[in-house]
Design a protein around this ligand. Sequence first.
Ligand SMILES: NC(=O)c1ccc[n+]([C@@H]2O[C@H](COP(=O)([O-])OP(=O)(O)OC[C@H]3O[C@@H](n4cnc5c(N)ncnc54)[C@H](OP(=O)(O)O)[C@@H]3O)[C@@H](O)[C@H]2O)c1
Length: 292
Amino acid sequence: MRPLQISGKTRVLGVIGHPVEHTSSPAMHNAALQALGLDYVYTAFGVRPEVLGQAIAGMRALQLRGLNVTVPHKVGVMALLDELSPEAQAIGAVNTIDHRQGRLIGHNTDAFGVMESLRLDGGLETLPPRVALLGAGGAARAILYGLLQRPEVEHVALLNRTPEKATTLAVALDPEARRVRPGTLDEWAGDLLGQAGLLINATAIGMYPHPQASPLPDPACLHTGMVVLDIVYNPLETLLLRQARQAGARVVDGLGMLARQGARAFAIWTGVEPPVEVMRAAALERLGKPSI
Ligand SMILES: NC(=O)c1ccc[n+]([C@@H]2O[C@H](COP(=O)([O-])OP(=O)(O)OC[C@H]3O[C@@H](n4cnc5c(N)ncnc54)[C@H](OP(=O)(O)O)[C@@H]3O)[C@@H](O)[C@H]2O)c1
């Protein structure tokens, strides 16, 4: 890999969030930039919510080429941009800003990232007709959008701890209530989950520092005909994925989605498709390291 050479012409990319110290995005993007010999550098900016407007004005003034946007700014940043992609508009959140000819364009690459991961990491060229999606937060919203773009998906059971949030999300993305059925995990767990050919955990359950938790009240609904994706990637093998493996299901960890949403942002900024495996390996190495 070529050493990083920063000069007066080097263009700047980065991520804004709060907190942002634990992000693996700089590791992923700098690894890909160096592998391709592109003259950019990617860094992380801790931005408190009350100075988000100043940060975006700074992006314009400093001519930063692009930014990723993470918690808690994905929704708040939308009003500060000049244009939104159709995906970002429909999802209602931005995770990538493209600074192009003086204009800031908001994108959302999470739906693309998860669909690519299901295709390439999960071997699902076509999705099963019945899907169970756990969670109703920001990530679940992007994933539900991606699922509803696929005509072969007939029903999505959208299950969340707080059922009102599942209902609000279902109404927002499926106003005629044709394909999304909201509910709680406990309410519908057995039957609905058992019928699903694809189960996606988009809750934070199982994430560090609670790796002993599983979003499923009873893992008996897991079966051999199922693909199980857990978007939690810290730890990489969650309790849910261990339960799914034991039940004979095909499992997909959250690193693929992480790397592929990042790869899409990279391509938007640079016009070059990055080596996804290099990005995945860099994120993995970063996750294995204790945070400073
Ligand atoms: N692999 C990737 O590329 C990727 C991308 C984005 C996010 N993620 C991961 O996905 C997870 C969710 O992220 P997000 O941005 O959607 O977060 P978020 O907007 O804060 O949503 C959190 C979701 O988790 C549920 N939840 C949290 N703690 C819970 C608990 N103790 N019991 C039951 N439900 C609980 C929430 O339910 P309520 O509505 O009831 O509060 C909500 O549905 C995080 O672990 C994040 O790291 C991964």
